[in-house]
Design a protein around this ligand. Sequence first.
Ligand code: THG
Length: 280
Amino acid sequence: MITILRGSGKEVLIDTEGPVVIIGECINPTGRKKLVSTLLENNMDYVLELAKKQIDEGADVLDVNVGFPGVDDARLLPETVKVLQDNFDVPLCIDSPNPAAIEAALRVARGKCLINSVNGEERSLNALLPLAREFGAAIIGLCMDDDGITHDPEKRLSIAEKIIERAIRAGIKQEDVIIDPLAMAVSADPRACIVTLETIRLVHQKLGNNITLGASNISFGLPDRESLNAAFMAMSIYNGLSCPIANPEKMTAIVRAADLLLGRDDYAVRFVDHFQQKQL
Ligand code: THG
């Protein structure tokens, strides 16, 4: 299955059979308070620097999240989207729990964005599916609903099915729904990773949709996060993860390695190319 996203210039194909697409996570105030403080001062240098760095390091799509306590992201999110699209042509993934902020961002965005995110709650489906339809956006569907988060992979699968059904009924194509099986901290729940891997396998085999997740969630609260993230990334890609939200500075090499090992990088062209760029 292929999901097409578009930026102000560039088109990105996310193909369940093709190489993994990286959604850069770094435009996010988690651990980067400087992001919101500079944006609020109308200083765009830092957000542009984060965007350029991620694209140079292998991001195909940029996640954009400017949510922070006390910030009006219905104003700040569209402004950030505008600045990014005036300077870069890659597709954007609009990340906010606030439907008003997502709508405001979609109104100013060019191309075909990814909405991050919709979930199985009635309130979420009713607010966001009509917006996706109106603006021709793709959506990320999180495997949680009005009953919260389940630890049963079969139940997460049925929430994914429900989101896809409701999206189709709202006039959105099945391939424009990218499923997020939910990755949670293994420090808080020893089975968190296994539940996610099994959900990825089920969604990939039974529904065939593209799959994303926040790849660094798994290692919250632990030392040596990079080793954990790398092990998780490799196992997730083998099971069907096709477009992780990750820090390209740390994860592009692992993603290229996984693509090569899984026969999606003939003659190791992309792997070697990334290695050589790192040497420059
Ligand atoms: N699913 C979906 N969207 C998501 C998530 C998800 N969006 C947000 C988040 N999870 C993914 N994005 C991030 C962004 C930053 C960090 C983790 C996940 C992060 N930042 C560092 C820290 O807090 O220490 C600081 C920056 C750094 O050094 O890299 O960890 O699950 N659909």
